[in-house]
Design a protein around this ligand. Structure first.
Ligand SMILES: Nc1nc2c(c(=O)[nH]1)N[C@H]1C(S)=C(S)[C@@H](COP(=O)(O)O)O[C@H]1N2
Ligand SMILES: [Mo]
Length: 332
């Protein structure tokens, strides 16, 4: 038995979701009245939202996010509060402590932003984020995020289905994989200039094309109804909810259709510890720790909130068929 104070219960179980819902409703009302500026979330400085220093974006983006299609599935998990989602991060380009990204990611300039679409597709080129977002439907998606380090969160993302975007470029039959690359810029991402860095920058990730086209796979541009904070991978980051968090690459500048399985940062760094597939699996342990359970945030000394890890992070009904016939211990 773990001791739980009434304060814990209030913070963890009642407030986050209700506050979020209220906020969201409020913003939509404000927008409906054509008065975003009247919202307490809008800033006094025209063109930018400044609720936190690391969350800023142009008006067109804030509006598009606030008007995203609401999530219509039943939410069974408690949402991890905004404060935790945005202050406990992995973003090694800004340091290795969980608190580093929130402290240091202010040097990232996510607007304006361009993304290169390359490789085996009929249409390729460099596109403004605004143009790409003009061609997709923004949706809210509440997903569990399970880090390979055995902690997890529940996050209400705002984004769009990656497949909806990719199809528009008409990938050819040679497009078997999709490779993603994070921005490479020592000025904006100081850790990329560090001599002690153990990652070969830029951060890279990849998916098989059928994984990329799966409707659960999204590119996120917001969370909690707001523009994505820098520390969470602004302005555009991948979210693949049935895979370990490291697959969800942040601040993407390039998406390439490839014929061969692309190199991915963690797999290159420690191939016996981090596989290309990285599907959440309680039966396949990390060589140095068990993956059978996880610490669901927020967690504290007196309420560690340890829960069982689920195969495919609980999304097996939707994704298990992608791996039928594959040995998940071999393709970890
Ligand atoms: N470019 C980049 N993307 C990244 C990482 C990183 O260090 N650099 N960390 C990954 C890891 S290990 C996790 S768990 C998630 C964390 O996302 P969050 O900080 O939004 O919770 O981002 C992933 N994407
Ligand atoms: Mo992670």
């Amino acid at each position: 038995m773990f001791i739980k104070s009434s304060a814990d219960i209030k913070e963890n179980e009642i407030t986050p979701e209700s506050v979020y819902r209220d906020r969201r409703r409020f913003m939509q009302m404000a927008l409906g009245a054509g008065a975003l500026a009247a919202s307490p979330l809008a800033s006094s400085k025209p063109g930018f939202m400044t609720e936190t220093p690391l969350t800023s974006g142009p008006d067109w983006l804030a509006k598009q996010i606030a008007q995203a299609e609401a999530y219509d599935k039943k939410i069974t998990d408690k949402l991890t509060p905004y404060e935790h989602v945005t202050s406990y991060n992995n973003f090694y380009e800004f340091g290795y402590d969980k608190s580093d990204p929130a402290k240091h990611a202010g040097s990232l300039q996510p607007h304006p932003w361009r993304v290169e679409i390359a490789g085996h597709a009929d249409k390729t080129g460099v596109f403004d984020l605004e143009d790409l977002l003009g061609k997709v439907t923004l949706r809210e998606r509440v997903y569990r995020l399970r880090c390979v380090e055995a902690w997890s969160m529940v996050i209400p993302w705002v984004g769009f289905e990656l497949g909806e975007l990719l199809k528009q470029f008409k990938p050819t039959s040679r497009a078997k994989y999709v490779a993603f690359t994070t921005l490479l810029d020592k000025k904006q991402m100081p850790e990329q200039g560090s001599r002690f860095s153990t990652i070969d920058w830029p951060y890279r990730e990849g998916l098989r094309i059928d994984e990329a086209m799966h409707p659960l796979t999204i590119l996120a541009v917001g969370l909690y109804g707001k523009v994505l904070p820098n520390q969470n991978g602004a302005p555009l980051r991948l979210v693949v909810p049935w895979k370990y968090g490291f697959k969800s690459i942040k601040s993407i500048v390039k998406i390439e259709f490839t014929e061969k399985e692309p190199a991915t940062s963690w797999n290159v760094r420690a191939p016996n510890e981090y596989g290309f597939y990285a599907n959440v699996n309680p039966k396949v342990d990390h060589p140095r720790w068990s993956q059978a359970s996880e610490r669901r945030l927020p967690s504290g000394l007196f309420s560690p909130n340890i829960i069982d890890t689920q195969l495919f992070n609980g999304y097996g009904d939707e994704v298990a068929q992608l791996y039928s016939g594959m040995d998940l211990k071999k393709y970890y």
